[in-house]
Design a protein around this ligand. Structure first.
Ligand code: XMP
Length: 321
């Protein structure tokens, strides 16, 4: 596509001009924006770019592998994964309040990224930080620079003074659909480029109740089924997001085979939206909902009930926490 390759050429030239022969750091989240931004920077300055991927264990099944393996292999980018899943579980132990969870996850994330960034800066010297800021973010923040996605994603404060780098923002003039088109043109996988929006605190705010390793595994299994069936039905792009929520502190009685079960419910929360400010519950086909329900209750031990959230936003938010 001519338009997309023209945009890529233009951004690549601008990045080379800005960066010269200096070094660049980027935090990958697994999301569309940081993936495309990093791929663009890599196209421009190659191995002057180093990426950090904080694997906090709160992404969905397969997503960390997608970043670490598929994306890194495909692009050739030096991706340094920091595996802190256990650290996050420990920090979240006993915590049930949604805001408290967000604070803890944001804080741990920034700490982890900071330590990694400091290490890399000492090793090779870093001059720039890549941010996947889009045009609508620029407009929303009044046109100023420095609206770091890393922080807004987690609603926390910025990095310390000694880690203040000049920003490289190759998506600053682009809208989401352009970013997707460019991502495809750069050869990124469709699943990554069309990934639904996903909250910074990840599955941590899709478990109502305390976050534990066991509960995360349950939710990841149920979520993977819902996602796979949505994709198989060809309806990925008909919904804005499709959160699956584990009601970890709720149990209900069920029956399976000859036995009584006493398991947890999951909530399906497919929504349609333009900008996440307002949303409506998606009218997914009954057949699809039935398949998801049957598969989850058959395949995920301990989940014996699947319910559908039919609340619009407002009054309900998209996420449950
Ligand atoms: P709510 O639940 O408020 O969500 O209707 C609106 C949109 O924002 C996403 N979301 C977040 N994104 N950090 C993020 O980057 C967060 O802490 C966060 N909380 C919610 C949510 O998935 C939806 O797209």
């Amino acid at each position: 596509n001519w338009t997309n390759s023209a945009i890529i050429d233009e951004q690549v030239a601008a990045i080379r001009e800005q960066v010269g022969d200096r070094r660049v750091l980027c935090a990958l989240s697994g999301g569309v924006d940081s993936s495309v931004a990093a791929a663009l920077v890599h196209r421009a300055v190659g191995d002057q770019l180093t990426c950090v991927f904080v694997d906090h264990g709160l992404l969905r099944a397969g997503e960390a592998e997608q970043v670490e393996k598929d994306y890194a292999q495909l692009t050739g980018i030096d991706v340094r994964t920091v595996d802190v899943a256990e650290q996050f579980i420990t920090a979240l132990k006993g915590v049930t309040d949604p805001e408290e969870k967000r604070k803890i996850i944001g804080r741990e994330f920034i700490r982890t990224f900071e330590a990694a960034a400091r290490g890399i800066a000492e090793e090779q010297g870093i001059d720039f930080l890549v941010q996947g800021t889009l045009y609508p973010d620029v407009v929303e923040s009044g046109g100023g620079t420095g609206t770091a996605n890393i922080k807004s994603h987690h609603n926390v404060g910025g990095l310390p003074d000694d880690l203040q780098f000049a920003l490289v923002e190759p998506l600053r003039t682009l809208f989401k659909d352009e970013v997707r088109a460019i991502g495809l043109e750069l050869g990124l996988p469709e699943a990554m480029v069309w990934r639904h929006p996903f909250p910074g605190p990840g599955l941590g705010i899709r478990i109502v109740g305390e976050v534990t390793k066991e509960r995360l595994d349950l939710l990841k299994a149920a979520d993977a089924i819902a996602r796979a069936e949505l994709t198989a039905a060809g309806l990925d792009r008909s919904v804005w997001q499709f959160p699956v929520v584990l009601l970890a502190d709720v149990r209900s009685v069920g029956v399976q085979g000859d036995g009584r079960t006493y398991g947890h419910p999951v909530v399906l929360r497919p929504v349609s939206s333009e900008d996440a400010m307002t949303a409506d519950w998606s009218r997914l086909p009954y057949e699809l909902l039935a398949r998801i329900s049957t598969r989850i209750t058959n395949e995920v031990a301990d989940i014996n009930r699947v319910v559908l959230d039919v609340t619009s936003k407002p009054p309900g938010t998209i996420e449950w926490e």
